[in-house]
Design a protein around this ligand. Structure first.
Ligand code: PLP
Length: 369
């Protein structure tokens, strides 16, 4: 089996499975309990927080959530309630994941002004961050920009955006959906007041995520209940999943060079095929989006699946729908219809890339009209 759909989700590391099951078996206490079992559970949570903060290379708070969708929803609805007098303008991009784009649509219906900055053209990658910064004014409550786009791999310079936004309007809160960059890009290039993270994209369990919150940043909770996690996120903490999340963070190796090599190898092989165009630019090297003109994505996807090679058409979240995000990156509807996204993991090998390229070449021979 060759799994090249790691932007959709990842195979949990063996060490993660071990950490989760050991925790379930031995440390299953409720972190709110006053006895030793509760104290042990609380310690697991505390250690996991410091592991994640250590990886981010910053201080502040970590709140555990059910995933990045909840993290982003929490702050997108909670920040406006906590800072009612900071304005009604929110600056974002036109290519956010639905977990950010859809809450922002709701806020737009409620009267917030949502400014969606488009990605740069392939020929002028430099101007994107500046256009975000230019869109910020004295009424800008929030900036929300994703670190790495899940469909094309496009990387935004979040540190640059953060510093410039704070210089322009220190009251503006900066949020980043860092799901696709966390553990894959150097954390020192990520700076934001609020950061959404997800464990299942880094070989951790599904259904557990985190929200990083810088000191002093406030928002109203999305969930009210037993007051766990300082009242910010009620609900009994899933200590086993939290232990698994922290283990994934500890286990994810530095793949910077590996991903660059695999990406280069795949691009070279695709360049040798007729009518294959690369849609990604300015991208993280673990994600590559390309179109095989003349063969629809789903046809190619299922052809590769017969060889046990798993890729995605556009984004897994869009479930086969033609992606609006690709259009934002200048991909024509016709090419979007034929788009394939591959995404690597620490398990990906050169022979996986060769098998993929061979499969695509055979698919072209079989299906191209
Ligand atoms: N943000 C991005 C960029 C993603 O790729 C995803 C997952 O597809 C999410 C957010 C949602 O994460 P979760 O599945 O943890 O809610």
């Amino acid at each position: 089996m060759i799994y090249l759909d790691n932007s959709a989700t990842t195979r949990p590391f063996d060490s993660v499975i071990k950490a989760v099951s050991e925790n379930m078996a031995a440390d299953f206490g409720n972190a709110s309990s006053l006895h030793k079992m509760g104290i042990n559970a609380e310690k697991v949570i505390k250690d996991a927080k410091s592991t994640i903060l250590g990886k981010l290379g910053t201080d502040g708070n970590i709140i555990f959530t059910s995933g990045a969708t909840e993290s982003s929803n929490t702050i997108l609805f909670g920040v406006p309630k906590a800072y009612k007098h900071n304005g009604k303008r929110i600056v974002t991009t036109s290519f956010e994941h639905p977990s950010v784009a859809n809450p922002l649509r709701k806020l737009e219906e409620q009267g917030y002004e949502i400014v969606r900055v488009r990605p740069p053209k392939r020929s002028e990658p430099q101007d994107f961050e500046q256009r975000i910064i230019d869109a910020v004014d004295e009424n800008t409550l929030l900036v929300s920009v994703m670190w790495v786009n899940n469909e094309t791999g496009f990387i935004a310079d979040i540190s640059k955006i953060y510093s410039a936004v704070k210089r322009k309007n220190p009251k503006t809160i900066v949020h980043c959906d860092a799901v696709q960059g966390f553990c894959k890009l150097p954390a020192k290039t990520l700076r934001a007041d609020l950061i959404s993270l997800s464990a299942h994209k880094i070989h951790g369990p599904k259904g557990i995520g985190a929200l990083y919150c810088a000191k002093g940043v406030r928002f109203e909770p999305l969930l009210y209940g037993g007051g766990q996690q300082g009242g910010i996120r009620s609900g009994t903490e899933p200590v086993d999943m939290i232990a698994g999340f922290a283990e994934a963070v500890r286990s994810y190796p530095d793949c910077t060079e590996k991903y660059a090599e695999l990406n280069g190898r795949l691009c070279d092989k695709l360049a040798a095929l007729e009518n294959v165009t690369i849609n990604s630019y300015g991208n993280a090297k673990n994600i590559l989006n390309f179109s095989v003109r003349g063969v629809r994505s789903e046809i190619m996807l299922h052809f590769l699946e017969e060889r046990e090679i798993y890729v995605s058409s556009g984004s897994a979240c869009s479930k086969g729908k033609t992606s609006g995000v690709l259009a934002e990156f200048g991909v024509s509807d016709k090419d979007a219809d034929c788009a394939i996204r591959v995404s690597f993991s620490p398990f990906t090998s050169e022979s996986d890339i060769d098998a993929l390229a061979g499969g695509i070449a055979d698919g072209i021979t079989r299906f191209r009209r």
